[in-house]
Design a protein around this ligand. Structure first.
Ligand code: FMN
Length: 348
């Protein structure tokens, strides 16, 4: 779909007539209707080789990833793989099916290009996700698939890991959703180390951990960085920084949720920079939070990230978001560094 058509016609109509969650469901339904989506998304185009990046031992054709949460049940991967992302994160998948929190649980704040959600992991559970991932194999071209998993005990998370790892290229453990209170036990570095020890038994593919964000104001940084250190000590391959920011919001039925989009960008950048300094060069860092443009992605890579993941940016910019971010990355690099031999993606 042409970006302007999405921005000026489809998105305002959907937002005006439908609650945010219903509008999103409709968009996701369109994604499931494969032939319709193929027509709208157009032919997959090769990426400029300057965007390629080595990441967790995998060669990505570009550093723009789709963040976890859009395709919770792993049902849309063949369609999403046509949108030009360097990789896709499906899930978050939990052991058992979950209804999630009470509604309303999603609001768009268009003036600030942000979103607040309190979904609480609605999903069909591990067995259904495994079936969908098996079905998607061979249908996502050269787009690597990461699956995000979560649980409130090391045993639950390890079961998800054991079942899903053979079906994907990498697994991301989500310890940071603000909408599931039980995950917070893993914000204690020693408890996280035990969890990672359990997951490490028998793992054979790259493992990522998605960290909680820095708070809005200064303070609390050390607690997040201690988790990054625990991950490095456990041999984790990559860190995704970070999840949405916990906020209180009376519009949500449960009164609190996670803020995403533009307002969380600058603190995310601080975190990406600090995590890179803390863990050194051997671990991939995926910047995630408020990345909307190629300039944002470029700044995140300059701060030390290897890739830039987006979610809310795609809600606002539409299905062409990844393609546009890549084009903007190439444009800003060309404008800033004529004659420079510096690579566009990765840490060079
Ligand atoms: C509606 C919604 C659902 C989300 N669900 C998940 C999820 O299931 N697992 C997860 O790790 N992150 C989830 N996230 C967080 C995003 O992956 C991302 O970390 C966060 O939104 C910040 O990035 P953004 O500003 O680009 O959206 C969700 C975000 C939104 C807005």
């Amino acid at each position: 779909m042409a970006p302007e058509l999405y921005k000026h016609i489809a998105r305002p109509i959907l937002a005006a007539i439908l609650p945010a969650e219903t509008a999103q469901r409709l968009a996701l339904y369109t994604l499931r209707a494969g032939p319709l989506w193929k027509a709208a998304a157009g032919q997959p185009r090769p990426d400029d080789p300057r965007l390629a990046v080595e990441w967790c031992g995998i060669r990505l054709r570009n550093p723009v990833g789709l963040a976890a949460g859009l395709d919770k049940d792993c049902r849309l991967l063949p369609s999403l793989a046509r949108l030009g992302f360097g990789y896709l994160v499906a899930g978050t998948v939990t052991l058992l099916p979950r209804a999630g929190n009470r509604k309303p649980r999603v609001f768009l704040d268009r003036s600030g290009e942000s979103l607040v959600n309190a979904l609480g992991f609605p999903g069909r559970g591990l067995a259904a996700a495994a079936r969908e991932l098996a079905r998607a194999r061979g249908k996502t071209g050269d787009t690597p698939i990461v699956v995000s998993i979560a649980g409130t005990s090391a045993e639950d998370v390890s079961r998800c890991h054991r079942t899903l790892e053979p079906l994907v290229d990498a697994v991301e453990v989500n310890i940071s959703s603000p909408n599931t209170a039980g995950l917070r036990i893993f914000h204690e570095a020693s408890v996280l180390s035990d969890l990672l020890g359990a997951v490490n038994e028998g793992r054979s593919k790259p493992l990522l951990v998605k960290l909680p964000p820095y708070p809005e104001a200064d303070g609390g940084e050390e607690a997040v960085l201690s988790l990054a250190r625990a991950c490095r000590a456990a041999g984790v391959d990559g860190l995704t920084v970070a999840n949405s920011r916990p906020v209180e919001d009376d519009r949500l039925a449960v009164g609190k949720g996670g803020l995403s989009g533009r307002p969380i960008y600058s603190r995310m950048l601080d975190l990406a920079r600090d995590v890179r300094r803390e863990v050194g060069p051997g671990i991939a860092v995926n910047a995630c939070g408020g990345i909307f443009t190629g300039r944002h992605a470029r700044e995140a890579l300059d701060a030390g990230a290897d890739t830039a993941q987006i979610y809310t940016g795609m809600v606002y910019r539409g299905p062409s978001a990844a393609r546009r971010i890549k084009a903007e990355m190439l444009e800003t690099a060309a404008a800033a560094a004529t004659g420079s031999s510096r690579p566009l993606a990765g840490r060079g």
